[in-house]
Ligand binder design. Structure first.
Ligand code: HEC
Ligand code: HEC
Ligand code: HEC
Ligand code: HEC
Ligand code: HEC
Ligand code: HEC
Ligand code: HEC
Ligand code: HEC
Length: 411
């Protein structure tokens, strides 16, 4: 009796094994059938692979700061990219050039990273480019510093948690290695290996084809102050896991104006620091009417400051929509009807009144507001927010400017 059960089990075993093998084979087949579609599209191909077919986009992008955010230090020669003066005896500079393993930034300020173990850490001084001076770098007001999520010692604040998601592409939180350094094609177009394999047939995101909310989110992933929702990644300072086309709000809680002067925004919601373009732009009528960051900026390069599609300095960026005869014209014959300054006067430049410098990037105030309103001198009187008029008329008071503006209105 026992024996026959054993024999039966043995025979059954063969059967079970056969079934198992069959199932495994099916799983394997299904898996390999899935592979090119599901896994392929998730892989990063690297910007150089895009260059093969999109040479112009590649060369243009190379001229933008997105391609130069994190650089290996070149300490000598014509390509020298270290801006800070390391011969300085300034007490703000407590480290030497030998400590520097990577450079971060170059336009407003440059910071310096040291590699310790498998992570980078920001050394505690920054070089301000415009004033050519060293200042202490020790964040106190970011939420993660304010709330003591990270201790204040510089070598206990890993860049993998606090910076890299916004300065690299496809950063892997486990290996702490990015798919590619800098803000590359695939930060905005999504992983593109399948598009490359299929020689350009589909499988890539064109932000212009998304609705304006999702399209803008591609830029907001880095240009919007905020913090992650509670959960696995709550101690990261960037939206871990977000990919172009997705809903950023699942990964990121936007900072909003608080009604008081705060680190990110002035009480009235205007930019108080850099990289709050998203926070300020979503408050604007232009955002609600469907404009995108890339209506004004060409991320594949342009010859204007901050790669704007046309010059912001001679108004040609704004006039196609706001010039005489345009849909949202602000004057009939002569721009000075609107600006009350002579045509060629700096005071007739749209951006100086509608995107004044109100925020601190390296210094007070060098970052432009992106809420596209007119910041009234009244905001200065109430909250201290810088306004365009007094940014130029430094010798005059905000009360003076307010009076002038009110007079214009009732002229
Ligand atoms: C083998 C050549 C080839 C490579 C490599 C390649 N592309 Fe393309 N790509 C094309 C072609 C061809 C088109 C145009 C397809 C069309 O007009 O329908 C295209 C279209 C696009 C579009 C527009 C898609 C749309 O829906 O409007 C984007 C964005 C794009 N590529 C980005 C990339 C990125 C990013 C990479 C690198 C990861 C890359 N491409 C690599 C050939 C290539
Ligand atoms: C949520 C995304 C995000 C995080 C996190 C982030 N940055 Fe940035 N960073 C940006 C963006 C976007 C800009 C450019 C914005 C601007 O000019 O207003 C920028 C600009 C800078 C600049 C100025 C570059 C220049 O050319 O002047 C430096 C330096 C910098 N970041 C360092 C850091 C360091 C160090 C950390 C980590 C402690 C960090 N950032 C974390 C998004 C981020
Ligand atoms: C910072 C974001 C960003 C980066 C980086 C970026 N792109 Fe784009 N790309 C966009 C946006 C936004 C559009 C849609 C622009 C539009 O049509 O107004 C676009 C459009 C395109 C298109 C469609 C054709 C066109 O010009 O409208 C191609 C092709 C393309 N990008 C290729 C590239 C390649 C190749 C790289 C890297 C060398 C790259 N992009 C880097 C944001 C980016
Ligand atoms: C992955 C993060 C990331 C994404 C996505 C991103 N940016 Fe940026 N952006 C940065 C960082 C970091 C800098 C600072 C670069 C530097 O100064 O070296 C920057 C700088 C800029 C600048 C200033 C360049 C200059 O010359 O002063 C503009 C304009 C800009 N970004 C626009 C955009 C737009 C528009 C989009 C969306 C189409 C976008 N960015 C998407 C991270 C990002
Ligand atoms: C692609 C078209 C377009 C461009 C380019 C454009 N705008 Fe606008 N702008 C609009 C639209 C649409 C509105 C909303 C008009 C309305 O609904 O009354 C608007 C509204 C405004 C407002 C009024 C906002 C308010 O709250 O009342 C200001 C200020 C403004 N734009 C400034 C600018 C400046 C400065 C530039 C250039 C840097 C610019 N715009 C470029 C389309 C554009
Ligand atoms: C000297 C400052 C100044 C300059 C320069 C300036 N504006 Fe204005 N703008 C104002 C003021 C003041 C208002 C009225 C704000 C209010 O009523 O709250 C205004 C209002 C607007 C509005 C809202 C609609 C309207 O007509 O009231 C738009 C749009 C606008 N400006 C666009 C522009 C554009 C585009 C340029 C450049 C061609 C420009 N502005 C240059 C000061 C300026
Ligand atoms: C209506 C046009 C317009 C829109 C929309 C717009 N920008 Fe800008 N942006 C400008 C102009 C103009 C400048 C200043 C260029 C100059 O200095 O000549 C600028 C400057 C910048 C800078 C450089 C930093 C600074 O303080 O000057 C960054 C970064 C930037 N924009 C990012 C963005 C992002 C991200 C978005 C979307 C959230 C966006 N912009 C939407 C027109 C625009
Ligand atoms: C980008 C710089 C700039 C901005 C912004 C600006 N102005 Fe002017 N403004 C000038 C210049 C330059 C003159 C020419 C006369 C001079 O040098 O004082 C002038 C002249 C004037 C004058 C006549 C001469 C005087 O000093 O009495 C008044 C009034 C005036 N501005 C008020 C304003 C008001 C109000 C605002 C804000 C709505 C404003 N300006 C914004 C640069 C600017």
């Amino acid at each position: 009796m026992r024996k026959s059960i054993l024999q039966f089990m043995k025979k059954k075993g063969v059967l079970i094994n056969a079934i198992l093998v069959l199932i495994l084979a099916l799983v394997f087949l299904a898996h390999s059938y899935d592979k090119p579609q599901k896994e392929g599209i998730k892989e990063y191909a690297g910007s150089e692979s895009c260059a093969v077919c999109h040479e112009e986009h590649y060369q243009g992008w190379k001229t933008t700061l997105h391609s130069k955010m994190e650089q290996e230090a070149i300490k000598e020669g014509p390509n020298k990219n270290i801006l800070g003066d390391f011969s300085s005896k300034d007490f703000h500079l407590p480290f030497t050039l030998e400590d520097v393993d990577m450079l971060v930034g170059s336009r407003f300020k440059q910071r310096y990273a040291k590699k310790i173990g498998d992570d980078y850490y920001m050394l505690p001084a920054q070089w301000n480019v415009e004033t050519k001076e060293w200042v202490t770098y020790q964040p106190k007001n970011d939420w993660w510093a304010r709330e003591g999520v990270y201790p204040k010692e510089w070598n206990k604040r890993p860049t993998s948690k606090l910076c890299e998601g916004c300065h690299t592409t496809g950063f892997n939180t486990k290996t702490k290695i990015p798919a590619e350094r800098n803000i590359t094609c695939e930060s905005c177009h999504g992983p593109g290996s399948l598009h490359v394999e299929e020689e350009g047939k589909g499988h890539i995101i064109n932000p212009a084809n998304l609705n304006h909310e999702r399209g803008n989110m591609i830029c907001f992933q880095c240009h919007m102050s905020g913090r992650p929702p509670k959960g696995e990644f709550e101690n990261y300072a960037w939206p871990v896991g977000y990919k172009p086309e997705e809903d950023l709000k699942k990964y990121w809680v936007y900072a909003k104006p608080t009604g008081e002067n705060a680190y990110e925004m002035w009480a009235d919601g205007y930019a108080h620091k850099n990289r709050v373009q998203g926070n300020t732009f979503i408050q604007s009528k232009m955002y609600r009417k469907g404009l995108r960051c890339f209506t004004c900026h060409d991320t594949h390069g342009s010859r204007y400051t901050s790669f704007t599609v046309k010059s912001g300095e001679n108004n040609s960026l704004c006039l196609p929509c706001h010039g005489d005869n345009a849909l949202y014209a602000v004057f009939k014959n002569d721009l000075s009807e609107h600006t009350h300054h002579e045509l060629n006067n700096l005071g007739s430049r749209c951006i100086e009144c509608h995107m004044p410098k109100t925020g601190k990037n390296a210094m007070k105030w060098d970052a432009r507001d992106h809420s596209f309103t007119f910041i009234s001198p009244l905001a200065t009187i109430r909250n201290g927010t810088p306004n365009g008029c007094n940014n130029c008329h430094k010798d005059k008071s905000p009360e003076w400017a307010l009076k002038e503006v009110i007079e214009w209105k009732f002229e």
